[in-house]
Design a protein around this ligand. Structure first.
Ligand code: GUN
Ligand code: ZN
Length: 440
């Protein structure tokens, strides 16, 4: 018997990329009070709310709630839940003072497993159903993350972090052992269920040229691998990279020369890029995982989203916890709005939501799989309350038009608003005490 579920609510998704500044856009698909039909974990169709689903379909009636594709966080660190909100430093000091000590705990299997379970549950509790994740240098930390995501049927991209210099003893690998660990993890996890392996170079300063070359060779040897790293986040970091790699034209060029730039490359930050770097992004198809919360918290700088996109670079949105201060993609969208506002640009609700759903899916090469309510796509979705308190209720009631309402919703909503998160059509998160009406 196929598993058949019909979800009723206000469906919002995208069919194309919204233009900058447009509060009315044909890229938006808004279907208030509709049924979303889900068969065996995939979208089977959509029909108006007044038209009952076929006989025998289980019904979850979320009338009056917003149903969105699950959010995609394209850059986040699982072990760094333990360092969120660490006071007083910029990137390089922050890594040494807080982050490296916390990551060293993940050498222990029990710590890594408990941390991975805590992390994926925390993602789901914020409405994030897909993520591109940094664990730690320890093989066991990647294994634990793969296992916990697999258990929940989640799409997850991760890989053991590569770092063989400029880090404490218990956080360094070496080229030979790291390559062995990567190959073992790739063979066991890459393409298993909804999991993908990412060759995970922490950042240029913590890998030797030999390790970067090994990472590039892995990308070439195994089709479909992702590559994730950090680039041009902080001015002191950029200066250090120029000292370490004088032969490279730019920070990003260090990765290009090592064969690490391709359409499955996810580079966090990209604040201090030049036109040549943006052209290289376009030519390779690599994306920038814009991490506004982290950039503000660590005082790194203001990313120019519009210029990057105008140059043909793909941009997705990321929390970058624990540099970022919240796993919420809604908080991240609001921070992105503020970062653009500081540069005289305005990010619409549509650009923000698109970047966290269909836009990220397409940038990851998963546009046929997740990110929109198209027949055949995985039913990874979230059910949201429009308001969680009287202030938000009033704000929703006085909003004029859909853009105003959704923008104010992004601004005011948080995890209190999340009623349920479904992964492949199964509720993997339900708010405690929530009034989820299951109609037989
Ligand atoms: N650059 C290298 N490692 C990190 C990290 O863990 N967080 C951030 N924000 N930047 C980095
Ligand atoms: Zn990061």
């Amino acid at each position: 018997m196929p598993r058949r579920l019909a979800l009723r609510g206000d469906l919002l998704d995208f069919t194309a990329t919204p233009e900058w500044g447009a509060v009315d856009t044909p890229a938006l698909r808004w279907r208030p009070d509709h049924w979303l039909l889900v068969e065996d974990g995939r979208v089977a169709g959509v029909q108006p709310g007044h038209q009952p689903p076929p006989e025998g379909w289980q019904q979850h009636d979320h009338r009056g709630r917003l149903i969105l594709p699950g959010f995609i966080d394209t850059h986040v660190h699982s072990p760094q839940l333990d360092v969120i909100g660490s006071y007083g430093t910029e990137l390089l000091d922050w890594l040494n003072t807080y982050t490296f000590p916390a990551e060293s705990r993940f050498a222990d299997r029990a710590e890594a497993e408990a941390g991975a379970a805590r992390f994926v549950d925390a993602l789901l509790a914020q409405g994030t159903t897909t993520a591109v994740v940094f664990p730690t240098v320890h093989k066991v930390s990647a294994e634990a993350l793969f296992a916990e995501a697999h258990r929940r049927g989640m799409r997850l991209v991760t890989g053991k972090v590569l770092m063989d210099r400029h880090a404490p003893d218990n956080l360094r690998d070496d080229v030979v052992q790291a390559e062995r660990d990567c190959i073992d993890l790739i063979e066991r996890w890459h393409g298993r269920g909804r999991l993908s392996y990412a060759v995970t170079v922490r950042f240029a300063p913590t890998s030797t040229p030999e390790q970067l070359a090994m990472a590039g060779a892995l990308c070439a040897a195994y089709p479909g691998l992702y590559m994730q790293t950090h680039v041009a986040e902080n001015r002191d970091e950029v200066r250090w990279v120029h000292e370490l790699f004088p032969e490279a034209r730019s920070y990003l060029d260090v990765y290009a020369r090592a064969g690490l730039m391709n359409e499955r490359s996810v580079l966090a930050h990209g604040i201090w890029l030049d036109d040549g770097d943006r052209a290289a992004l376009r030519a390779s198809g690599a994306q920038i995982a814009h991490s506004p919360s982290s950039n503000l918290f660590l005082g790194s700088g203001l990313f120019d989203w519009r210029a990057t996109e105008a140059a043909g670079g793909a941009v997705s949105l990321a929390t970058d916890v624990g540099g970022g201060t919240s796993l919420s993609m809604l908080r991240t969208m609001l921070d992105a709005y503020k970062v653009q506002a500081m540069q005289g640009q305005r990010l619409t609700a549509w650009k923000a939501l698109h970047a966290a759903t269909l836009g990220a899916a397409q940038a990851l090469g998963l546009g046929d799989e997740i990110g929109a309510f198209e027949p055949g796509r995985a039913a990874d979705l979230c059910v949201w309350d429009w308001a969680a308190d009287p202030v938000a209720e009033r704000r929703m009631a006085v909003a004029q038009g859909l853009h105003e309402k959704v923008f104010a919703w992004i601004t005011l909503a948080d995890d209190r608003n999340l009623a349920a998160a479904y992964v492949q059509g199964l509720p993997q998160y339900e708010r405690r005490g929530g009034a989820m009406a299951a109609v037989p």
